[in-house]
Design a protein around this ligand. Sequence first.
Ligand SMILES: Nc1ncnc2c1ncn2[C@@H]1O[C@H](COP(=O)(O)OP(=O)(O)O)[C@@H](O)[C@H]1O
Ligand SMILES: N[C@@H](CCOP(=O)(O)O)C(=O)O
Length: 356
Amino acid sequence: MTTTAPVPVRSFRVAVPCSTANIGPGFDVLGISLSLYLVLDVQIFSPTTPVPDFAMTYSGEGAADVPLTPEENLTTKTALYVLSTHNIREFPKPLRIHVHNPIPLGRGLGSSGAAVVAGVALGDALGNLKLGKDRMLDYCLMIECHPDNVAAALIGGFVASYLREPEPAVTEKPNIPHSETLEEGRIGKELGAQQPPVGIGHYVRLGWAKEIKAIAIVPQFEIATAKARAVLPKSYERQDVIFNLQRLAVLTTALGCSPPDADLIYQAMQDKVHQPYRKHLIPGLPEILTTITPSKYPGLLGICLSGAGPTILALATDNFVQIATAAQEVYQRVGGFDSFYKVLDVVEDGATCVDT
Ligand SMILES: Nc1ncnc2c1ncn2[C@@H]1O[C@H](COP(=O)(O)OP(=O)(O)O)[C@@H](O)[C@H]1O
Ligand SMILES: N[C@@H](CCOP(=O)(O)O)C(=O)O
């Protein structure tokens, strides 16, 4: 006997790229979307179809650990939050979601940012809300409060972003994110059904020289971003701030110039705001950052921690295998960590949602 699969009344796919943030001096400012996609395949059935009201399956990174109940899973609880702010209290039924996630978790490649962006896109699509990307960014920032990953994953390309300083009346309200006082992970009951203020996050897309690829060297250990943020100081010396601002300004243009200038970019990717404070969490980081240079590896443009780490990001036009292998060797020798690497493209398209 053959059984036929139930036919959905609507099906669509949400795809969200991973991202690398900071790029050296641009802590909480710069993000780049890269060619590794979190994908959600979503099917909505007619209410009379004999299938469960909700079913979620998951493959790829985190499959053993990621919760699959709507109120616990980061993507679905984000979607429920978005819907609740539009007086929609539950998902349409029956609903089936398959998640495929190739983005390693807790490694500095924006897995949580991608999950949040996917959740906002899911809520937008299920509620037919037509929020638009600028408004979607506000929703993302209610959950992941640093804008660099979510802006890049949502918009695509090489993106600089900032959080607007809100009016005093707004900051007095609970649960409104603003600047450095943002607290991570407020969602679900805590956020309630409160719509985000309009225009929390602002961004601009920067030019990117097409020949530059991103090598992500990913060691086999995780660092929760919250933990890597907790080690940062509350205030900085003026000279360190100036050091980063000078490099950040140069870097935003230098990465768009073709052919790229390795001497300029290598220096412009130095940082004194986050990497020095995170090095004790990541054995091998100082050696990787100081010994893998453009003079030893022609084609290398710059090297830094990807996001909060422990992934290393190398930007390069050539010699990808040699650069990646050199970083892997240090991780193995100093920390005893196995690792893998991927050579990724910078992708122009951010999050997409298309009918299937
Ligand atoms: N696709 C996903 N679905 C559900 N939860 C996810 C997903 N991706 C990431 N997460 C959650 O985000 C956490 C990792 O976030 P974080 O510490 O910010 O690291 P990063 O974003 O650098 O990978 C995971 O431990 C998990 O709780
Ligand atoms: N600017 C943030 C970026 C965190 O990125 P992630 O990919 O590690 O989540 C930070 O450096 O804390």
